[in-house]
Design a protein. Structure first.
Length: 122
C-alpha cells in the first residue's frame, strides 16, 4: 500500500505519531455561549484565520464527515478539527473557556515505521 500512495501513508503516520506536535486532531463541544454556536462554518473564518480544517461534526450520535461550509455549529455538537498545534492553540485561547479543546482519544494502531513499531516510548 505504501508503494501505491506513499504521501498519504506518510501523512497518516504523522498524525498517528503522538510525538509529533506539528499537527493535531482535536475535539471540542460547542456550548451555548461558544463564539462558534449558531454560526456557519464559512462565517467563522477558522480556516483563513487559524488554518484549521473541520474534519467532522458529531450531532446526536450522527457523524457528518467533511461538513459543508454552510453547516451550522449547534450547541451540543462535538467538532473534530485538524490543524497545527499553533493554530489550534490560538483558536482555543480566542474562544476562552466556553469551548475547551481536549485531545482526540482514538485507539492508536501500530503504524509501520511509527515510533511505537520501532519500540520508542510514545
Amino acid at each position: 500500500m505504501a508503494a501505491v500512495k506513499p504521501a498519504t501513508i506518510d501523512f497518516v503516520k504523522k498524525i498517528l505519531d503522538w510525538n509529533n506536535y506539528d499537527v493535531k486532531l482535536e475535539e471540542f463541544q460547542v456550548e451555548e455561549q461558544c463564539t462558534l454556536a449558531n454560526r456557519k462554518i464559512r462565517e467563522t473564518g477558522l480556516r483563513e484565520t487559524y488554518g484549521i480544517q473541520i474534519m467532522a461534526i458529531v450531532r446526536n450520535d450522527v457523524t457528518m464527515a467533511n461538513p459543508s461550509p454552510e453547516e451550522v455549529f449547534l450547541p451540543g455538537d462535538v467538532v473534530i478539527a485538524f490543524g497545527t498545534a499553533e493554530g489550534l492553540g490560538r483558536l482555543e485561547s480566542c474562544m476562552g473557556i466556553s469551548c475547551p479543546m481536549k485531545p482526540l482519544k482514538v485507539n492508536r494502531p501500530v503504524v509501520p515505521g511509527s515510533a511505537a513499531e520501532q519500540g520508542r516510548v510514545i
